[in-house]
Design a protein around this ligand. Structure first.
Ligand code: RIB
Length: 290
């Protein structure tokens, strides 16, 4: 049986500008194309989980201008009943520049994503029990409270500390079961520029760690084991949501009881497809396409 996955995460409308290069200080730059997509690290990861076939529930908050995001969750088969609609707030959004090499840079506006209440957390967690998975990123408020309450209930906590900032170090990271992060985030958390995986293991000896290494692949490590997975070679068009696709697919495989190796391979394949497509949600593949 598949383990239930609760993703307490952000939902954004993404406004994506195609540019020749990222805008510099003082520069006014014309874009060649503007597109609007459903996004947000939380929503992207829920969609990846759903498209991978997981039993996923999404909790979070949007304004009434963000109903398209709720519809997207429902169309993909994710449960949206723990999503709150705040009539007085705007939905979160992201302004994304994508350059000619497919790299991006992002400005976030949190909006309703920053309005999570402790009451909402308590009510949502009442529907989950010991052994269920909870997935978190760093685009919501009340993360510390969510982690503490989820731990008290015996949920298995997966954290993708993205986007990484000083707030991450204020969290009770010792309660996290699995940390999924990239090398830059690893450097920010450990303060080390080299041997980041070793530094993470020293800092969090009880944790399961998954470090993505861009074009080099990804690696899983815990106290006893280390599993490496090579990346696929693809022509990147837009890297937005590739990390989210990896995270969602990895956790979907874990929720089915797959081995770490199988989960890493599935996640790698899915992320490789995502970078060949534009946008966040539209780039996330369905499992049957892998
Ligand atoms: O990881 C990509 C996502 O980051 C985008 O969809 C954007 O909304 C930001 O949250």
């Amino acid at each position: 049986m598949k383990t239930k996955v609760l993703n307490f995460g952000s939902l954004n409308m993404d406004h994506v500008y195609q540019v020749q290069h990222f805008v510099s200080p003082g520069e006014t730059l014309s874009s060649t194309k503007l597109q609007h997509f459903c996004g947000g690290k939380g929503l992207n990861q829920s969609i990846a989980l759903a498209r991978a076939g997981a039993n996923v529930y999404h909790a979070g908050a949007i304004g009434i201008d963000g109903l398209r995001l709720k519809k997207q969750l429902e169309e993909d088969g994710a449960d949206s009943s723990f999503l709150q609609i705040r009539e007085d707030l705007e939905t979160g959004h992201a302004i994304i520049q994508v350059d000619e090499t497919g790299q991006n840079c992002i400005i976030l506006y949190g909006g309703a994503n920053q309005s999570i209440t402790r009451n909402q957390v308590d009510e949502t967690l009442n529907h989950f029990e010991k052994g269920d998975i909870i997935l978190l990123q760093n685009e919501l408020n009340e993360l510390k409270y969510i982690i503490e309450k989820a731990y008290q209930k015996g949920l298995r906590i997966f954290l993708n500390p993205s986007p990484c900032d000083e707030k991450i170090m204020e969290l009770p990271l010792e309660l996290v079961d699995t940390l999924l992060l990239n090398e830059v985030e690893g450097e920010q958390i450990t303060g080390k520029k080299e041997q980041v995986l070793e530094a993470l293991k020293d800092k969090f000896p009880e944790m399961h760690i998954i470090l993505t290494l861009g074009s080099k692949g990804s690696v899983y490590a815990d106290k006893e084991n280390c599993v490496f997975c090579e990346a696929k070679k693809v022509n990147a068009v837009d890297t937005t949501a590739a990390g989210d696709t990896f995270t969602g697919y990895y956790i979907a495989a874990v929720s089915e009881g797959e081995s770490v190796k199988a989960a890493l391979e599935l996640a790698t394949k899915a992320a490789a497809v995502a970078v060949t497509r534009q946008g966040a949600v539209p780039s996330i593949p369905y499992r049957k396409q892998l």
